[in-house]
Design a protein around this ligand. Sequence first.
Ligand code: FAD
Length: 318
Amino acid sequence: MKVTEHIKKAEGKTQFSFEILPPLKGQHIQSIFDNIDPLMEFKPPFIDVTYHREEYLYKEVENGLLRKQVVKKRPGTVGICAAIQNKYGVDAIPHILCGGFTKEDTENFLVDLDFLDIDNVMALRGDAVKSETYFRPEKEGHSYASELVTQIEELNNGKYLDEELQNTAATNFCIGVAAYPEKHMEAPCIESDIHFLKKKIKNGATYIVTQMFFDNQKYFNFVEKCREEGITVPIIPGLKPIATKKQLNLIPHRFHVDLPENLILEVVKCKDNNAVRQVGIEWCIAQSRELRKAGIPVLHYYSMGKSTNIKTIAEAVF
Ligand code: FAD
């Protein structure tokens, strides 16, 4: 079922959902199930599965020369989605990127998803590959998520890349896109970012999931700005509990979000990471309760492959 239908069906009740990462190559899919199992009692209407593009490694060969090697450390997004739908009967949402995909790759990926009865996709641009500073699209690929949304929407209307294809089957994907309450790192200002977010909606996206944030007021302000600009689709907040002291620097660096001073002070006081986890859980419970009280339709948790803290939060909130 589509995310938008799940929201409608819940009739105002806040639902619980979460995102997982494919395991590192070489690990068994059981590691994924072990993290999903404890969260199933909270009846997630959908589970997101991230997509991880290739990385370039340089390995030393004879004569000190370097050989470029392309590796995918976390393959398996589509397979995991199929396994989740099969095992749990819950909608799995694969993330799909512009980065590393030509339009043809995208179309073929979408055909697979359609054959697997996957009803939703999260359309993203992706970041630059690790060894590069700026995002570079494939030669025959998309530069922005809004263009990817257009291609998915065209497939939803039975329009394939090869115009000579006949009797084409239309897909029926519900399309989600990303948004950043604290602005995407490359956007010159929040207004510009919202302008392009609006374009993703105009091109066919019907719901939004936000980057993580630790201060609800930033989310509320962002939603207000989006509504003023005429964006009416659901804006699902993304939440992540802090779990280690290192994340005080890692999260701002990696995700370009601020941490509130009170949260930082609490974390700094902690003797070890067990204490940090507890602070992170309590902070996230407080955030979740406030969002729930505000009537937000879905709270979406970034599990990063570890479910124990998310389970504790869900027990307290749902
Ligand atoms: P876009 O919407 O294309 O925006 C990128 C930047 O370009 C923004 O600054 C925007 O303002 C600007 N922009 C947009 N259109 C135009 C235009 N026409 N002209 C000029 N500027 C423009 N990454 C992964 O690799 N795998 C994942 O599974 C994944 N899942 C994610 C899930 C969520 C909920 C979120 C919030 C992020 C996720 N990401 C993932 C990270 C995401 O790929 C990066 O944040 C990426 O840098 C931007 O993706 P986007 O889809 O928001 O890009």
